[in-house]
Design a protein around this ligand. Sequence first.
Ligand code: 0O2
Length: 254
Amino acid sequence: MNYIHFDHVIWYTEYGSPDAYLFWMNPEGVIRERYGFRMELTAGKGEGIESWREVTLIYNAALRQMETKMQILNEEFQHVHQYNPIEHIKARIKTPESIVKKLKRYGQESTIDNMVKYVKDIAGIRIICSFTSDIYRIAEMIAEQRDIKVIEVKDYITYPKASGYKSYHMIVTVPVYLSDRTVDTRVEVQIRTVAMDFWASLEHKMHYKFEGDAPEHIRNELIECAKMVSDLDARMLSLNDEILALTQAEEKEL
Ligand code: 0O2
């Protein structure tokens, strides 16, 4: 049995050369414990470092494709409407720690096969925009792309989580063209405003720090902040609409 060792993998959260993964195999098969459970992704029968490299290569390719698609949409939008709906884009491959935790939560063994089968957000792209209205516009533009298939949508903008979390999630597949086959690869797309992203980053930090058991006053304060974020987003959108209307009226007069 080969172990793709966790401690090495965790440092590699950005995508890039798959060669980096060569170091991740643990030839001695040493099992380390962290947070009370095994933190290895095990390579099952017929799986090995090659299959791990191939899987990560495919996810990296899918991410790059999505990122390019988003950049093109943004540039085209600027050309047609003189404005960029996308502020910036972040892309990441899920850390093995997070993959293993998720597989445990699903009651599945931590193998490469299972990770591909069950974990939908191994490749993730986060699109940060200025205004709430941009979120739906971007989601529509993604869904309209012929080679993208939308598998699942979770609208935490209209239906925020009890924590106050707001974001628009899509699971899509994008085709990755290899030399001998095409692999429809799942990518999780999260779309949110700058303000929502600011809030989510802090809340994520809190979640990580307290492992889901944060002090009540911190949770309450974050819920309060989430309300302020929603209010801020609504006011900024309304201001922007007013500025746009005034600009258009002035242009008409000329
Ligand atoms: P990480 O570390 O970001 O990868 P399911 O797929 O239905 O079994 P899952 O994966 O929880 O359940 O789906 P969901 O709700 O769409 O959440 C996916 C991702 O959204 C999470 O990934 C987080 O990145 C983000 N997210 C969801 N809920 C919250 C929240 O309440 N607060 C913050 N800050 N982020 C949230 P991971 O795997 O949890 O973590």
